[in-house]
Design a protein around this ligand. Structure first.
Ligand code: DGP
Length: 110
C-alpha cells in the first residue's frame, strides 16, 4: 500500500484540511509555501497518466477552490501543480495535486 493510501486509511497521521467520500486534503509534510496542501483522490491512481475516470479531476478542483477560499489565498493567488514521473520529480506514486500559496511564487519552476 502506498504512503498516501496509508494516510487515507489513518495508518499514517496527517494534518487534514478536508475530507469527503472521494477526496482527502492534508498539509504537505515539507511545505514549499505558507500554504501547501496535497489534494488526492481516495481511489488509488498512480499518476495523472494512469487516470481514466476524469470526473475525479472535477472533484479535486472543486475541493481546491473551496480550500483556497478557506485558507484566504483565493484573492492573492495560488498555484496548482501535478508532478508526473521522474523528470517532474514525482516522489509519491499516488495522484496528488499540490495547492500552493501565501507568498509570491516564482515562474518558471526550476
Ligand atoms: P511529489 O514530488 O509531487 O510526488 O510530491 C510528494 C509530496 O508529498 C512532497 O511534497 C512531500 C509530501 N509527502 C511525502 N510523504 C508525506 C507524508 O507522509 N505526509 C505528508 N503530509 N506529506 C508527505
Amino acid at each position: 500500500m502506498c504512503i498516501f493510501c496509508k494516510i487515507i486509511k489513518g495508518d499514517i497521521p496527517s494534518k487534514k484540511v478536508y475530507e469527503d467520500e472521494k477526496v482527502l486534503a492534508f498539509r504537505d509534510i515539507d511545505p514549499k509555501a505558507p500554504v501547501h496542501i496535497l489534494v488526492i483522490p481516495k481511489q488509488h491512481v498512480d499518476t495523472v497518466d494512469q487516470l481514466e475516470d476524469m470526473s475525479v479531476v472535477a472533484d479535486l478542483f472543486a475541493v481546491m477552490k473551496k480550500i483556497a477560499a478557506e485558507e484566504g489565498i483565493a484573492g492573492s493567488g495560488y498555484r496548482i501543480v501535478v508532478n508526473h514521473g521522474k523528470n517532474a520529480g514525482q516522489a509519491v506514486p499516488h495522484l496528488h495535486f499540490h495547492l500552493l500559496g501565501g507568498r509570491e511564487l516564482s515562474w518558471p519552476p526550476g
